[in-house]
Design a protein around this ligand. Structure first.
Ligand code: HAM
Length: 421
């Protein structure tokens, strides 16, 4: 009976060696830009308490109501983290990071999980990089977060993006606005989509985010949050815009931008690409001044962003940007006979200690097959070793680009290859 072949789950992907150079390059750019902005890396567990996520991002969000991978074990409820902000807020509270004085500037890179319907730019396991600046209510902190995000895209050369900006106000602004929205939508409810009807009572602001066709003409004329901001929220939002103008960071105001997580207050933003299909948000974020308290900490203002790595790579591909190439192999030791293989095994470390990427053939193939293998691996040099070479200390060094071959003593050969880098 044939043994079943297993596959990854729908929406979850292997990252094969050909793709790794690109990922590593991107990760190194993120680390570099983070370093310059003085953000420190934080790594939190992949599994979090379900209640933290439900409280943190909101029971009524799509994520909590239908997209979590969760399970029970004994008394405990686990969830594969769907995002990074609630976990970072938990870590901030758990380790009393507020006692370290000043605001904390944290960043992360890693896998996240949402049981969404997979499509281009949307997976069930995806990767984000993100940052959280915790402890400052100042609009300048919003700018530090936005400029960190933009600098990563600038560094990569992905500039064909648009930054959408809105304010979702403080709870007081939102209370007034929600009532105004409900008053406005109520007489149209029968003509609206089922999803929007469901959101009417619980979260009328999310109706603005509807993609359903029948909702569009109604949403078009809905009241705008800008008209309901309290003077404090308006002042905060004005400053954010003024600072962005001063820094020359272009943005577009978008009164329909509401975000899909419930913790936002004041500033909300998204970075959009029109090159990657319908899942066009490269990233998003905003202020979440109430979240830390919501998960058991002291009242602490905060702001952050997160971006999808897969979507960034789709955009880079669309823009023909090559992010990273894998480093070439320096030396492939081609052997003839068992003695030579043993010699090669013993001497790999001599090359490697000179920082030369070196390998040999591990499955006893013919010399011809070994040369082919060296070629496939884009080796710069082959060292050809047989019984004669070992006896006379004369090794053939083959330059794979010119096909030139030269004899060397082992010592000279190492020296020549090491100096050719
Ligand atoms: P989010 O908008 O839910 O925000 O996700 C941020 C980004 O992650 C999205 O713009 C998208 O690029 C990527 N993303 C989300 N879901 C998927 C998916 N299923 N497949 C592929 N990519 C996806 C947050 O997660 C917030 N924690 C951001 C934040 C940080 N707000 C404040 N601090």
């Amino acid at each position: 009976m044939a043994v079943k072949k297993y596959q990854t789950h729908h929406g979850m992907h292997d990252l094969l060696p050909d793709e790794i150079a690109t990922w590593q390059k991107l990760e190194s750019i993120i680390h570099d830009v983070a370093d310059r902005h003085h953000f420190k890396e934080i790594r939190t567990p992949i599994l979090e308490p379900t209640e933290l996520i439900a409280r943190g991002i909101g029971q009524l969000t799509d994520i909590v109501s239908k997209e979590m991978f969760s399970f029970e074990r004994g008394e405990d409820q686990y969830v594969l983290r769907p995002e990074g902000t609630a976990p970072v807020a938990r870590a901030y509270v758990q380790h009393s990071l507020h006692q370290r004085g000043g605001s904390q500037k944290l960043f992360y890179i890693g896998p996240f999980f949402r049981a969404e319907r997979p499509q281009k730019g949307r997976q069930r396991q995806f990767h984000q990089f993100g940052a959280e600046l915790i402890g400052s209510p100042d609009p300048m902190a919003d700018i530090e977060i936005i400029s960190f995000m933009m600098d990563i895209y600038n560094e990569i050369g992905l500039t064909d993006t648009s930054l959408k900006l809105n304010s979702v106000g403080n709870p007081e602004s939102r209370k007034q606005y929600k009532e105004a929205l409900q008053d406005y939508f109520r007489p149209h409810l029968n003509e609206m989509s089922e999803i929007s009807q469901n959101r009417f009572e619980t979260n009328p602001m999310r109706i603005l985010d509807s993609k359903e066709k029948e909702d569009q003409p109604i949403i078009e004329n809905a009241p705008k949050i800008a008209d309901y901001l309290t003077p404090e929220s308006q002042a905060h939002f004005d400053k954010v815009q003024r600072y962005l103008d001063q820094l020359g960071i272009p943005y577009e105001l978008d009164s329909r931008l509401v975000r899909g997580l419930d913790y936002y207050t004041e500033t909300a933003f998204e970075l959009i690409s029109d090159q990657i299909g319908s899942q066009d948000a490269l990233g998003g974020g905003g202020r979440y001044d109430l979240l830390i308290e919501e998960v058991g900490g002291p009242s602490t203002p905060a702001v952050g962003f997160a971006c999808g790595i897969e979507r960034l790579l789709l955009a880079a591909e669309a823009a023909n940007l090559q992010l990273g190439t894998s480093a070439p192999l320096d030396v492939y030791i081609v052997t003839r006979g068992e003695k030579a293989r043993e010699w090669a095994l013993n001497n790999l470390s001599t090359f490697r200690s000179k920082r030369l990427r070196t390998t040999m053939n591990f499955d006893g193939k013919s010399m011809k097959a070994q040369m082919k293998d060296a070629d496939r691996n884009a080796a710069r040099y082959c060292v050809i070793v047989g019984d004669d070479e070992l006896e006379t200390d004369r090794f053939t060094l083959r330059d794979m680009s010119s096909s030139e071959e030269q004899p060397y003593t082992f010592e000279d050969l190492i020296h020549t290859v090491a100096n050719s880098k």
